[in-house]
Ligand binder design. Structure first.
Ligand SMILES: *[C@@H]1O[C@H](CO)[C@@H](O)[C@H](O)[C@H]1NC(C)=O
Ligand SMILES: *[C@@H]1O[C@H](CO)[C@@H](O)[C@H](O)[C@H]1NC(C)=O
Ligand SMILES: *[C@@H]1O[C@H](CO)[C@@H](O)[C@H](O)[C@H]1NC(C)=O
Ligand SMILES: *[C@@H]1O[C@H](CO)[C@@H](O)[C@H](O)[C@H]1NC(C)=O
Ligand SMILES: *[C@@H]1O[C@H](CO)[C@@H](O)[C@H](O)[C@H]1NC(C)=O
Ligand SMILES: *[C@@H]1O[C@H](CO)[C@@H](O)[C@H](O)[C@H]1NC(C)=O
Ligand SMILES: *[C@@H]1O[C@H](CO)[C@@H](O)[C@H](O)[C@H]1NC(C)=O
Ligand SMILES: *[C@@H]1O[C@H](CO)[C@@H](O)[C@H](O)[C@H]1NC(C)=O
Ligand SMILES: *[C@@H]1O[C@H](CO)[C@@H](O)[C@H](O)[C@H]1NC(C)=O
Ligand SMILES: *[C@@H]1O[C@H](CO)[C@@H](O)[C@H](O)[C@H]1NC(C)=O
Ligand SMILES: *[C@@H]1O[C@H](CO)[C@@H](O)[C@H](O)[C@H]1NC(C)=O
Ligand SMILES: *[C@@H]1O[C@H](CO)[C@@H](O)[C@H](O)[C@H]1NC(C)=O
Length: 829
């Protein structure tokens, strides 16, 4: 999903030399690859220097791979029509505090921003209930490196912080003689989005302190956000390395969603008591609570260790003792670097250091692909389980296309844990999520894409017993999506069916074979009828691939259902001189005569015919049956012409609403529906060179190592994963054990695949040109534009050697990539 924007600053990378002896994983890593990671890439919008508008919403603070804690600064976002601050961070906002829980790269609506501290050097005119009375400008560029970030506030405080999986340390420094107060606002959270319905709210809170004030703990209860989650507590625990000279706890009137500085609201009440409660535990409009800790005048440096838990404040305190056995930031930062190197960055190594920009793009991309979801194993407040727990799928609609496939290839154990976590949600809540945050499913943008993630894992070897996935349950979870209509959530964006989980438009899919256009008079149909039709088709193809093994009796049913898109293919519908498009059909099979595939309705949003993409874009999203699609498009030549049309500037005349990326072509580099399209030339004999050309052009035009180096919301790393596959030179076809061959950007790449195997990708002629002249796969000369998963991992791994050059050589004369879902239903509308 893409939506509005995120943030900036001059990044100052610190280069640390790194001792490799403790590394596991890639054998002879002698290098600290974190030096190539710039956490700020994706914090500013393209064409909006210094602003988050149109940016990636990337989280630039301290975090471990898949860490629960993402510790960073929260800033104001003033202009909600242009800017959201979904990761808490804007380059130009004012700092209202530091907090421990964030998402990275999301659109939709801000979620989290909890477990807060704000350093103050004066209390003059400060209303502890009004962050506008104490927010601070930054007077130096923020600094962020892996495991570390630093911000310098106008009030004289420098804050530096680092994080572990469930805890963090912050160090505040002031010029000696300055006062130092730490304000803790339990009701602090990320600013609400302009979209009132999915804003989050503080509901309740509790804080207690030790008699000397050096330790405090408690919880805040919050609700809402993108998933529209109900009230749930987040527990915290914190301690200071210096005892305060004065502590006051405070409470104040409930103010959400009103501005706190209105004269209508009463001022805060301070108390010397050692605890403060917002109200009855389950009351959702309780008082705001917090604490104000004042430190001795000689304090020039104060440290605080904080832990967070979804279980209890005791657990949050335990995380401090188990994960932070020191008050020093350095060893924690070093441990974070070690973990990022061993778990993530060393999975792709190269000796080709000729282009520092490319290295920064590659490793920063990998970094951003591994911030979400959050590994909440042992932190499940809702049921007892021995399965891994993962939260912050925000969203699978974004990541299923190529990010999850990257984990399956390079980190199968992690990919398996994520699948187990998804299945465990089904086991306890009936449906797997498509999106989930705050331990709550929602919202579903199209299909039930966990189906695709599970099938992709299953067919690429994660069916093996060593991965401990209960595939009987896994298939049952997929089947629930395919057969059980989720209750309608009557979402304001689209009241026609559930947007919480499952397939809201399933009744049509089951009875008509497609999702029909919403007709308010007849009371039939659903929002997003085209995009849901194609996504449900892929979902059912995914089911068929698992059913083939586990439930052969179901195979034909789901295989047939996957062709449902053919019901809405209008063979004679013309747009831009090309014929044959998806179209929204009413339940009776007729089409709105005013429909154009260049337009989706109003916003390409929840109630339109396509979601965050144009019907033109969605007409390409049948990866499992390209053979039928190409024949419907009039054969290879017209398909090629149509692919070419996708990239002609100026042809996009319909608004793509929140999905809007950059550029004026129909192809949208900034959002997921277009992800696979540039590489579909691989399905046309002799045209692989055009996939290379498109991939190269798009990466060069829209991706960079700048703060605006991502063409839209990062979407939990989905955009970065698209770029990384390009740089590596292969692209996965999700739900099939197939990768399309592109053209690598490095002379050599060594990938750690399938646990302990090696995939070697080498090139020659990279300096001459990007186009493939010939390819060798595992020593065999190759004339196909694709390889199988097995080709990459059999034996000790695989090897692909690319001979590149400037000639647009038609080398790919062998078998085309497969169309394993090939089925022509014979419908000719
Ligand atoms: C600041 O306070 C306002 C009003 O309570 C709140 O909506 C917002 O989330 C807070 N934080 C930031 C970063 O603006
Ligand atoms: C506080 O009140 C002033 C004056 O009414 C207003 O301009 C300002 O925007 C208010 N602050 C917030 C956070 O709403
Ligand atoms: C808190 O204690 C201080 C010091 O004893 C005292 O001056 C102050 O009045 C007390 N505040 C309240 C709200 O009781
Ligand atoms: C390095 O790669 C970037 C990104 O493609 C490109 O813009 C730049 O020109 C390259 N630099 C050199 C020296 O080739
Ligand atoms: C996930 O978190 C749990 C609990 O912290 C930890 O034991 C486990 O190793 C983590 N998973 C991975 C793959 O690192
Ligand atoms: C699947 O479709 C074929 C025709 O394409 C038909 O013969 C078969 O009965 C269908 N199977 C099921 C289970 O619907
Ligand atoms: C469509 O065909 C007409 C007539 O041949 C031509 O003038 C027009 O440029 C074509 N449009 C596109 C988008 O190719
Ligand atoms: C089909 O349904 C649409 C929308 O309700 C209606 O306008 C149209 O007249 C119907 N067509 C037929 C042939 O019934
Ligand atoms: C497709 O284009 C090729 C090359 O221009 C041409 O040789 C071939 O005849 C065309 N095929 C059809 C079916 O038009
Ligand atoms: C690689 O991993 C597999 C699966 O975990 C294991 O069976 C095999 O022994 C490992 N091989 C090596 C060389 O470590
Ligand atoms: C492609 O390569 C295969 C395997 O070497 C070979 O059998 C086949 O004839 C080749 N195809 C063409 C069209 O050259
Ligand atoms: C499409 O147009 C052709 C030529 O006008 C016509 O023969 C055919 O019946 C039409 N097909 C449909 C499904 O309308």
């Amino acid at each position: 999903m893409t939506n509005l924007a995120a943030a900036s600053f001059l990044c100052i990378l610190s280069f640390h030399l790194f001792a490799s002896s403790s590394l596991v994983g890639a054998a002879s890593l002698s290098e600290d690859l974190t030096e190539y990671v710039n956490p700020f890439i994706g914090t500013e919008g393209q064409g909006n220097p210094g602003s988050a508008a149109g940016g990636g919403n990337v989280f630039p603070g301290a975090a471990l791979p898949f860490g629960v804690v993402k510790f960073g600064i929260d800033t104001t976002a003033f202009d909600w029509t242009n800017v959201d601050a979904n990761a808490g961070y804007t380059p130009d906002g004012l700092v209202t505090g530091l907090s421990m829980l964030h998402e990275s790269g999301t659109g939709g609506a801000p979620t989290y921003g909890f477990v807060h501290q704000m350093p103050l050097t004066s209390l003059e005119n400060v209303n502890v209930l009004d962050n506008f009375t104490y927010m601070q400008e930054r007077v130096e560029p923020d600094v962020a490196t892996v495991g570390y970030c630093k911000t310098v506030l106008a009030n004289g405080v420098t804050a530096e912080l680092t994080a572990t999986a469930h805890a963090g340390i912050v160090q505040y420094s002031v010029t000696s003689g300055q006062e130092l107060h730490i304000l803790v606002d339990v009701s602090h959270m990320l600013p609400s989005s302009g979209e009132a319905q999915h804003s989050q709210f503080y509901s309740n809170g509790f804080l207690e302190r030790s008699p000397d004030g050096s330790q405090y703990s408690g919880y805040g209860v919050y609700r809402g956000g993108f998933s529209d989650r109900p009230n749930a507590p987040v527990y915290f625990c914190a301690e200071f390395d210096t005892a305060p000279v004065k502590v006051q706890l405070f409470s104040g009137q409930y103010t959400d969603p009103y501005w706190p500085n209105s004269t209508y609201f009463r001022p805060p009440t301070f108390t010397n008591a050692t605890s403060i409660s917002g109200g009855q535990k389950y009351y959702g409009y309780a008082k705001r609570v917090g604490g104000l800790f004042t430190f001795p005048s000689i304090t020039s440096s104060l440290k605080s260790r904080l832990g967070v838990s979804f279980i209890s404040s005791d657990t949050a305190c335990q995380y401090i003792s188990t994960e932070l056995p020191t008050w020093n930031l350095e060893p924690i930062i070093a441990a974070a670097k070690t973990e990022w190197n061993s778990e993530v960055l060393s999975k792709v190594i190269t000796t080709d250091k000729s282009n520092a920009t490319l290295l920064e793009m590659l490793y920063s991309g990998l970094y951003k692909m591994h911030l979400m979801p959050s590994n909440r194993t042992g932190e499940n407040p809702n049921w007892d389980t021995d399965e891994p727990t993962y939260d912050d799928f925000y969203t699978l609609w974004d990541t299923f296309r190529c990010l999850n496939s990257y984990l399956v290839l390079t980190a199968p154990r992690r990919a398996a844990d994520i699948v187990r976590g998804l299945i465990d949600v089904w086991r306890n809540e009936i449906f797997m999520p498509d999106a989930r945050s705050g331990n709550y499913n929602g919202r579903v943008q199209g299909g039930s894409n966990a189906d695709n993630v599970l099938a992709d894992a299953y067919i690429k070897g994660l069916s093996a017993p060593e991965f401990n996935i209960n595939w009987e349950d896994g298939y049952a979870a997929m089947k629930t999506n395919a057969e059980l209509v989720p209750y309608n959530t009557f979402d304001a964006g689209d009241p026609t069916g559930s947007v919480k989980e499952g397939r809201g438009a399933l009744p049509d899919w089951l009875s008509l074979g497609f999702v029909s256009l919403y007709d308010s008079m007849a009371g039939t149909g659903f929002g997003r009828s085209i995009s849901r039709t194609v996504e449900y088709g892929l979902n059912d193809f995914a089911l068929s691939q698992v059913a083939k093994d586990l439930a052969p009796q179901d195979y034909a049913k789901y295989f047939n259902r996957s062709a449902g898109w053919q019901h809405i293919w209008q063979h004679n519908l013309t747009s831009l001189n090309l014929t044959g498009f998806l179209a929204p059909l009413y339940a009776n099979g007729t089409r709105d005569p005013t429909y154009s595939p260049l337009n989706c309705g109003v916003w390409c949003s929840w109630s339109d015919v396509t979601y965050e993409g144009l019907p033109w874009e969605y007409s390409w999203t049948i990866p499992y049956d390209m053979a039928t699609l190409i024949s419907f498009m009039g054969g290879p030549n017209t398909t090629e012409a149509r692919l070419d049309a996708m990239f002609i500037p100026g042809l996009q005349d319909g608004s793509v609403g929140a999905g809007n990326g950059v550029g004026t072509a129909i192809f949208n580099p900034g959002n997921e529906p277009s992800f696979g399209t540039p590489f579909l030339y691989n399905y046309l004999q002799g045209k692989q060179w055009k996939s290379v050309m498109r991939g190269r052009d798009i990466v060069k035009e829209y991706y960079s190592n700048g703060r605006d180096g991502v063409p839209g919301n990062s979407d939990a790393g989905a955009l970065e994963s698209w770029m990384v596959w390009n740089l590596i030179g292969i692209y996965p076809v999700v739900t099939q054990p197939v990768y399309l061959l592109l053209s690598p950007w490095f002379s050599d790449l060594t990938l750690s695949v399938a646990g302990n195997k090696t995939l070697k990708i080498t090139t020659e002629g990279l300096d001459v040109g990007p186009y493939v002249q010939s390819i060798t796969v595992n020593g065999q000369s190759w004339n196909k534009s694709w390889v199988t998963h097995e080709d990459l991992i059999s034996g000790d791994g695989g090897s692909i050697h690319f001979v590149l050059g400037s000639a647009q050589t038609e080398w790919d004369v062998g078998d085309l990539p497969p169309s394993p879902g090939h089925l022509d239903l014979g419908i000719r509308n």
